[in-house]
Ligand binder design. Structure first.
Ligand code: CA
Length: 431
């Protein structure tokens, strides 16, 4: 294989190709993991250490030996057990890597060297793709925030006075971010129904999900250095599907006045493949509209292609409960943009670190069938959800499995798959 430069070299911006490049891979044109996607993950095979791979179709490209064969210094980054060293290199390196991976999968002259390093997905074990640095969860859906406001505070305005002025968020627990497929043990804690005189302790009786988008952040900033909106894309590496498991009874009792705590921190699941923001370029859409206009530091500016630095994303979700699709939220309905969320969380000078993760908040649309959590879908348990086997649910029961799936438009009519994020509820372990 011809030698290529090491990754961190600054590559010239390539114009967007006019059509999806042909590839020597045997891939269906509508494969959601086609040549326009190329998400990164961390995998291992039996008896080998975890390392970085790229998913293409139903196979995983083992990047380290490809880079080693070519004498590339970047092989070290691909040998790492997380994406963090790659995330640390920053946006120019991410673009160079994407160009390199595309080239070796498209250019027939690389086929003999690369093909042995394409492993069947069924032969690999996936791992958490990032060592999560700081984890923040936002609340960016107006529909979700309004519905929760009506349910939790029926005597007040649905949205709090600050909601349309800043993306509301809280710092979550990075150490309990787990890979899709990890069992979720029902949490115990204090709960106090409004009608009860005193709190009781026990297993949550109102265990819920939140279908969200998780943003994986890279590069780094100095303490005290905010990330302006027009530079947020330099730190937004990619996205995962995120499930913010939520114990509503614990949350409702504990959240005033400092926000979510033990009702959220027991587990957050993410999908294994990080789909890059570059792969989602065709999915960029204008925000649904912000009124009142946000303060200057959160206000989007026009980009070269006539869009805005404060863009939304056209990502379709599917929420499956024990095999029945119960909701289809759409990310394009979200009020705050990814760049606005990142800018806001650093505007006070808080640092960005490789491996930071922030969640969008529950993705909910205006219609009932687009609500992204069961609190909203069952309207706090008053309107049970009927599943395919005839059973009814309000909140999660032990043994229940939830699978979140998502995909977005790619270039030239293709789809970009985000894969899936699943979890099964296991019985509580009382102390
Ligand atoms: Ca959440």
């Amino acid at each position: 294989m011809p030698r290529r430069d090491a990754l961190p070299r600054l590559a010239a911006m390539q114009p967007t190709p006019s059509s999806t490049p042909p590839t020597w891979l045997d891939l269906a044109a509508d494969d959601p993991f086609g040549i326009d996607n190329l998400p990164y993950g961390v995998f291992s095979t039996e008896g080998t250490a975890p390392r970085v791979g790229v998913r293409v179709g139903d196979r995983v490209l083992d990047l380290a030996p490809c880079a080693e064969d070519a004498g590339m210094e970047s092989a070290l980054v691909w040998r790492a057990e997380t994406l963090n060293p790659f995330l640390a290199l920053g946006a120019h390196a991410w673009r160079s890597a994407r160009e390199w991976v595309t080239e070796i999968l498209v250019n027939d002259s690389y086929r003999d060297a690369v093909e042995p390093h394409l492993l069947p997905l069924s032969d690999v074990t996936m791992h958490l793709p990032i060592a999560v640095a700081d984890y923040v969860d936002f609340y960016a859906s107006e529909h979700h925030a309004s519905n929760v406001g009506r349910i939790f505070r029926p005597d007040s305005e649905p949205l709090t006075p600050n909601w349309k002025h800043l993306p509301i968020g809280y710092h979550g627990r990075s150490g309990t971010v787990v890979l899709s497929g990890t069992d979720i043990v029902r949490p115990c804690g204090q709960r106090k129904p409004p009608t009860a005189d005193a709190p009781t302790f026990g297993a949550s009786q109102r265990l819920d999900i939140e279908a969200e988008l998780g943003f994986v952040v890279g590069g780094s900033t100095d303490l005290g250095e905010p990330v302006p909106l027009d530079r947020a894309d330099e730190h937004l590496f990619g996205v995962v599907i995120l499930n913010d498991w939520s114990a509503r009874d614990i949350q409702a009792w504990e959240y005033v006045p400092l926000g979510p705590f033990l009702g959220k921190s027991f587990a957050t699941s993410i999908s294994p493949w990080v789909v890059t923001m570059d792969a989602l370029r065709a999915a960029r859409v204008p925000l649904p509209g912000q009124d009142p206009a946000p303060l200057d530091y959160l206000r989007g500016a026009p980009t070269e292609d006539g869009a805005s630095t404060a863009y939304g994303l056209d990502i379709d979700y599917e929420v499956e409960w024990n095999g029945t699709v119960v909701s289809r939220p759409a990310y394009r309905d979200m009020y705050w943009s990814p760049a606005q969320m990142l800018t806001h969380l650093t505007v006070n000078g808080a640092t960005v670190r490789p491996g930071d993760l922030f969640g969008s908040g529950t993705v909910s649309g205006p219609a009932k069938e687009t609500r992204g959590c069961f609190l909203e879908l069952s309207w706090s348990g008053q309107e049970p959800v009927r599943l395919g086997d005839g059973s009814e649910r309000t909140f999660l029961e032990d043994g229940d499995t939830v699978v979140l799936r998502a995909s977005a438009p790619g270039p030239h009519g293709t789809r970009i798959g985000l894969g899936e994020c699943s979890g099964t509820v296991r019985p509580a372990r009382t102390p």
